[in-house]
Write a protein that binds this ligand. Structure first.
Ligand code: ADP
Ligand code: MN
Length: 183
């Protein structure tokens, strides 16, 4: 099963998947690393300090890398919902996200751009538009371990074909940062 863990930068995708990587049964593909290592981009956006990934190439490389003997392959990236049909969207309130992004060497513009994307549910909307199954986890007041427990609950249900039992708990659209952010 191929599943994406997506969300605005700083919501914890890499922290969560790095822990899952230590457990048996999970293949993790850190897409952003793959894109950089194999130069799977078509453009370097110097103004916004990022690369524009060639998503056709990325998808092709992912399919080649998927280990069919692993029950679950997880794509770690804010781009994973472009590739996987099943995704988990990690959410974090903009106030908390600001603290995390300011610790990175992001410009103030880049921090602000990401906070707005989170406040406007950009990745959630894209995921709902493009993917078959979308689960949302609000990580704002959770530890990384608690988020991992949630992710594993979703994966377990999907593997048992009982994901309808967790759809209500992880229903997309449950978070709304607009009052906090735009007030
Ligand atoms: P992403 O891959 O989504 O950009 P990262 O996992 O790289 O996110 O970054 C999240 C940052 O926030 C890490 O530095 C992590 O240590 C920190 N952090 C603090 N608390 C949490 C939490 N509860 N869940 C996830 N990350 C957290
Ligand atoms: Mn990451």
């Amino acid at each position: 099963m191929l599943i994406g863990i997506t969300g605005t930068p700083g919501t914890g995708k890499t922290s969560v998947t790095a822990q899952l990587e230590k457990k048996p049964g999970y293949q993790i593909i850190h897409l952003n690393e793959l894109i950089k290592d194999e130069k799977l981009y078509s453009e370097v956006d110097t103004e916004r300090d990022c690369v524009v990934a060639d998503m056709d190439l990325v998808e092709q490389r992912v399919m080649e890398k998927v280990n069919r003997s692993s029950p679950v392959t997880i794509l770690d990236s804010h781009l994973s919902h472009h590739i996987a049909d099943i995704v988990i969207v990690l959410r974090t309130s903009p106030d908390k996200l600001r603290e995390r992004l300011q610790k990175r060497n992001y410009s103030e513009n880049k921090v602000q751009e990401n906070l707005e994307a989170e406040a406007l549910d950009v990745i959630l909307f894209e995921s709902v538009g493009w993917c078959d199954k979308v689960f949302e986890i609000d990580t704002t007041n959770q530890t990384i371990e608690e988020t991992i427990t949630d992710v594993e609950e979703i994966l377990d249900a999907l593997l048992k074909d009982r994901d309808e039992q967790v759809t209500a708990k992880y229903k997309p659209g449950s978070v709304d940062w607009s009052e906090e952010f735009f007030a």
